[in-house]
Design a protein around this ligand. Structure first.
Ligand code: SF4
Ligand code: SF4
Length: 156
């Protein structure tokens, strides 16, 4: 599987040397491990703020590659899709997957060995069972009032 993210030519373990706010756009993009978990719909309890993950995926998620099928032009279809940046990560980190590289670094934690930046291969996120590959249903198929029937534990 070809890694759709260009991770070539980056400094060795740059994420351990630079804070998120100092990263170039290429470095920032390379932090994404391709797990697809941020593209699953979540249910947030209005009273407790607790976030439950469901296996109901955004209509643009390709379940076999765990990639957005229209990443560059996704906002034409899904205007609410968040563009994560160093400026807004403080407000989003709480709902992001526990293994997400952006959240891990934001929390001051190291990346896992299966991260493509460390393993050198995009597949390792799937091999490690961290991604959503083959486990989602599309939001085309499940109405929002049934999402709670599809709550799952985050694959870790
Ligand atoms: S959860 Fe994080 S690492 Fe996984 S696909 Fe989303 S942004 Fe990338
Ligand atoms: S539009 Fe693409 S990147 Fe955004 S949630 Fe949907 S699949 Fe993920």
């Amino acid at each position: 599987m070809t890694d759709p993210i260009d991770r070539n030519g980056l400094g060795k373990r740059f994420w351990e040397k630079k804070p998120l706010t100092k990263m170039s756009q290429k470095e920032w993009e390379a932090l994404c491990d391709g797990c697809g978990k941020c593209c699953l719909n979540k249910l947030e309890d209005a009273d407790t703020g607790e976030v439950a993950l469901t296996r109901v995926a955004c209509r643009l998620l390709d379940d076999s590659t765990c990639r957005c099928a229209q990443y560059e032009i996704r906002h034409q279809f899904i205007p609410e899709c968040i563009v994560l940046s160093p400026d807004n990560i403080d407000t989003h980190a709480y709902w992001m997957p526990k293994t997400c590289a952006y959240r891990l670094l934001w929390e001051g934690k190291p990346l896992y060995d299966w991260h493509p930046l460390i393993s050198g291969r995009a597949e390792t996120v799937h091999d490690a069972g961290i991604s959503v590959q083959g486990m989602t249903v599309s939001e085309w198929e499940v109405s929002e009032d049934e999402w709670e029937d599809h709550i799952i534990e985050e694959p870790l």
